[in-house]
Design a protein around this ligand. Structure first.
Ligand code: ADP
Length: 614
């Protein structure tokens, strides 16, 4: 509207210049010429002042005053030069201006007012003048001009408004389409950024994803806290060659915090922009070195912490276009969490690697110590056996020394079992399973032997076995014996009141099942799932350990049964209402399962079936 008013002011100015010679030539009396000069001067001055007036006052009010001034000027002209030229025609110009500015109503009103003014001027001038004779025609003409100009303006204004509205709708539609496109691009970028947890892949995804919507070259830099600089990690752009040149340039000398455009964006945690006219000392951003016209640097933040800076640049212009600025902000906002996740992931991996290394050292230590302990224990056991034999031969009967030697042997045996358990655990930890060597044997016979052994060691206990004569299976004999011994020893150990122990073995289709039940302390239901974990020992109600041991027997037993492709379990002893039942089932022909999650070490597989003949 203001621009329109300004144009109108220039048109008025031009009209004054056109009208002036006519008025001066046809003005009747030389002494009236100064009045015409003054009128034209006032109109010209007012026209010249319109732009200034518009900058201070509302355009509508300026328009009304201008129209009133025009009316007065035309009336004076009509009065002064009315008998020589038809100056009343000038009213037509004023009416047209009013019509265009204020529409039909104002146009008609102004034509009525102006015909009044004209009539007043004519009547007051000379009652017998020719103008008076034609007054009705001229008044009708002025009013007619008002109506026609008003109608004309209505059509013109209506059309202009329709056009303006259409234009506005088109612009809005375009803007909406742009917004939708932007939203789509950004949501796609958000997805792409999070697709990987590797930092390099994430940075690359950010650069590649952002490249088509930002400047000619786009660079992702990440903060190096130790060196206090920004390391360029990925680059792409509409001009990939420019982007890689920029990356190479900055990789040679990464911008330090606070230095140049990129460094300042990181130090102030705010968007910084600069053109070739703002090159910092040493050209740290490569504006000159890579021949860039402008750089826009946006900090990448996540969780209140600076992750890096997204920088984009162009070869032409002096500043980033507004849409690039907006999009760069949105891209940086989405890049923050993605880079943070990648950083967390790499921290986590580093920690896991450190922990794995520590665990490996611990396992190695356990394995070496167990091995080293085994050798002296074996010789102690051997020599004590030798001594016992000698004593028996020399003394030919029982003696105190022999009893002492037996104690030594049994304690050494216990220590060996503990060391063997530790060795097994370290093997399971290192390889994920125990190794088994399968052979054909009669499980029932082994069970009878184990029960017999236990009865000899604990002659006060009531131990019964319920098994068929033969239970032929194909499994690792020593390992299955180890499981059975462990279950039997536990049954004795955890029933200190001396209750009966029952062992049942039976065929179950293609499997065999062995159960050992006691009437001892039992295991509360909430602890049953844990007893097969390593180093697990159930505490008593006061949280104290009542029985000795390392809590490894059941852990190893489960690993052995797993290696046979079977399963082991514990339940409450419902038959007696006290104690527990431990049982396991294995296929009659063992089908060892491949252990999971073991990295190839160049060693043989964790367990290899080596069939022993017979
Ligand atoms: P250890 O007997 O050397 O502690 P195990 O692995 O053989 O280790 O057993 C783990 C834990 O399971 C034991 O500490 C004990 O609390 C519980 N447990 C094992 N067998 C029995 C049982 N027959 N009755 C009650 N608790 C048992």
């Amino acid at each position: 509207m203001r621009a329109q008013e300004r144009q109108l002011a220039w048109v008025r100015f031009g009209m004054v210049l056109v009208v002036a010679p006519f008025l001066l030539i046809y003005a009747p009396l030389a002494e009236l010429r100064p009045i015409l000069f003054i009128v034209l001067g006032v109109v010209a001055a007012w026209s010249g002042a319109i732009p200034w007036l518009l900058s201070r006052f509302p355009s509508r009010e300026v328009g009304i005053v201008t129209t009133a001034l025009d009316m007065a000027a035309v009336s004076v002209v009509v009065y002064v030069a009315g008998d020589r030229i038809d100056a009343y025609l000038f009213y037509g110009l004023v009416i047209l201006g009013t019509a265009l500015r204020f529409g039909l109503g104002a146009s008609i009103w102004s034509s009525i007012v102006m015909s009044g003014l004209y009539a007043a001027v004519v009547i007051s001038m000379q009652p017998d003048d020719i103008a008076l004779q034609r007054l009705e025609v001229r008044v009708a003409y002025i009013v007619g001009i008002g109506v026609i100009a008003g109608l004309f303006s209505r059509v013109v204004i209506q059309r202009a408004m329709d056009n303006a509205r259409l234009q506005q709708r088109l612009t809005e539609d375009e803007r909406e389409a742009d917004r939708v496109r932007e939203r789509e691009v950004l949501s796609r970028l958000g997805r792409d950024f999070g697709a990987s947890l590797e930092r390099d892949a994430t940075s690359q995804a950010i650069a590649v994803g952002a490249a088509p919507v930002l400047g000619d070259a786009t660079l992702v830099t990440v903060i190096d806290d130790a060196a206090r600089c920004l390391v360029p990690v990925a680059a792409d752009g509409r001009d990939p060659e420019l982007a890689s040149r920029w990356q190479a340039h900055l990789a040679g000398r990464p911008p330090r915090l606070g230095e140049g455009i990129i460094g300042r964006a990181a130090a102030t945690v705010a968007t910084v922009e600069g053109g070739i006219d703002t090159v910092a000392a040493g050209d740290p951003d490569g504006l000159r070195g890579v021949e860039l016209a402008w750089i826009l640097a946006v900090p990448i933040l996540a969780g209140g912490r600076l992750q890096g800076v997204l920088a984009t640049s162009g070869r032409e212009g002096d500043r980033a276009p507004a849409d690039v600025r907006r999009l760069a902000d949105a891209v940086a906002e989405r890049a923050g969490p993605a880079l943070q996740n990648a950083q967390l992931w790499s921290d986590l991996q580093e920690r896991m690697a450190r922990e794995q290394a520590a665990q490996r050292i611990k396992d190695d230590f356990l394995s070496i110590v167990s091995h080293e302990l085994r050798t002296p224990l074996t010789s102690i056991q051997g020599y004590s056996q030798l001594l016992e034999g000698r004593l028996r031969a020399d003394l030919a009967g029982e003696s105190k020394e022999m009893a002492h030697l037996r104690v030594i042997r049994s304690q050494v045996g216990r220590m060996r079992r503990l060391v063997d358990d530790l060795l097994d655990v370290s093997r399971i930890d290192r390889r994920g399973a125990v190794s088994i060597e399968t052979t054909d044997f009669n499980l029932a016979e082994d069970l009878r032997e184990a029960v017999g052994r236990l009865e000899r060691e604990h002659s006060d206990r009531d131990i019964s076995l319920d098994a068929p004569d033969t239970l032929a299976i194909h499994a690792d004999r020593d390992r299955i014996d180890q499981v059975v011994s462990n279950l039997l020893e536990n049954a004795v150990k955890y029933s200190p009141d001396g209750g009966p122990i029952r062992v049942v073995a039976e065929r179950r289709g293609a499997e065999v099942e062995v159960r050992v039940s006691d009437t001892g302390v039992g295991i509360p239901e909430e602890h049953r799932a844990n007893v097969f974990e390593r180093f697990y020992q159930a505490d008593d109600d006061a949280g104290r350990r009542r029985f000795g041991g390392l809590g490894l027997g059941l852990y190893i037993s489960r690993a052995i049964i797993d290696a046979h492709g079977g399963r082991i379990w514990v339940a409450a002893n419902d038959e007696t209402g006290r104690g527990s039942v431990f049982g396991f089932r294995i296929p009659r022909v063992a089908m060892p399962l491949a252990p999971m999650g073991i990295e190839p070490t160049g060693e043989p597989p964790p367990f290899v079936m080596r069939n022993r003949p017979g």
